[in-house]
Design a protein around this ligand. Structure first.
Ligand code: SF4
Length: 248
């Protein structure tokens, strides 16, 4: 029996975060997320919606759940509309919260397309299942002061262990709010660097919105970058470029 899953939307845009920032990509946003980040900028991804939308001209809509074949057809429609086969970024919500669906979907693009996985990095067993079909993992490391609830260091560490064991290309991103303290970031960096000393690390200032009305100052980002540098991290500070550009 084919496995179906829930998607929110499919769209083409520029990657706005992490190692491949600026790259034109096709985004497949899956629905549903078990986490609750205070800075969440994709509230539409928190629950699986009844209906999905593909931002083509004209837009296409359909009902969830959807089969993997249907998602692959939508990606092909973007290829035609944009005249090129872009990297596919599978995002959320939390894509790895639907491991059966991902295991059905991602092999369709194996050897044909670059597949990026944007994830909160708390489902190590699910990553193990689909690792063979992923070209890059953009992993968020959730600092406790940025969450409504929960601490995830242990699960993040186990997830990074899978990335290292499978030799996956990856980067680790910390979203920085004004509440993030030096000791909190230093503790998390210690866990990362003990496993992957050269993994690219991004410090991403939270983009101000209703939940986080003010982001950290430039001076604060500089302080935290120095803290990371002093520990030998391959660190970069990068705001959400798609937000700066005013695009999806
Ligand atoms: S993991 Fe992503 S989708 Fe889930 S709450 Fe955090 S920012 Fe939002």
């Amino acid at each position: 029996m084919p496995v179906s899953g829930s998607i929110v939307e499919v769209f083409a845009s520029l990657q706005g975060e992490g190692l491949y920032c600026g790259e034109p990509q096709i985004f497949v946003r899956l629905g549903g997320c078990p986490l609750r980040c205070l800075y969440c900028d994709t509230p539409q991804g928190l629950e699986a919606p009844a209906e999905w939308i593909a931002h083509l001209e004209p837009a296409r809509r359909g009902a969830n759940p959807v089969l993997a074949d249907g998602v692959a057809d939508l990606v092909r429609a973007f290829d035609v509309a944009w005249g090129a086969a872009r990297t596919i970024s599978v995002t959320g919500g939390e894509p790895l919260a639907q491991p059966d669906f991902l295991a059905e979907l991602l092999p369709r693009w194996r050897g044909e397309r670059r597949v990026h996985l944007e994830t909160a990095g708390v489902h190590p067993a699910a990553l193990e299942r689909v690792a063979a079909y992923v070209d890059h993992v953009s992993m968020d490391w959730k600092l406790a002061s940025t969450m409504e609830r929960g601490r995830y260091d242990e699960r993040h560490a186990a997830f990074l262990d899978v990335i290292v064991a499978r030799g996956l290309d990856a980067c680790v991103k910390f979203v920085i709010t004004p509440a993030v303290g030096d000791a909190e970031l230093a503790g998390a960096l210690e866990l990362v660097l003990a496993r992957a000393s050269r993994v690219p690390i991004f410090l991403q200032p939270a983009t101000p919105d209703r939940a986080v009305p003010q982001g950290p100052s430039a001076e604060r980002m500089d302080q935290l970058a120095r803290l990371a540098c002093a520990r030998g991290a391959a660190v970069r500070v990068l705001p959400q470029v798609h937000k700066l550009l005013g695009i999806r």
